[in-house]
Design a protein. Structure first.
Length: 37
C-alpha cells in the first residue's frame, strides 16, 4: 500500500491538535478545544 502524504488541511488540523495538547493536560479542556476546531 502506498503511503499517502497528508494534505495541508490535515497538517493544519494536526498542528492545532498539537498546540492544544501543549497548552493543557486537562482532558475536558482539550475536548472542548477540539470540538471548536
Amino acid at each position: 500500500m502506498k503511503r499517502v502524504e497528508p494534505t495541508d488541511k490535515v497538517k493544519e488540523f494536526l498542528d492545532k491538535v498539537q498546540s492544544v495538547l501543549d497548552e493543557s493536560s486537562d482532558n475536558l479542556y482539550i475536548i472542548k478545544k477540539l470540538e471548536s476546531i
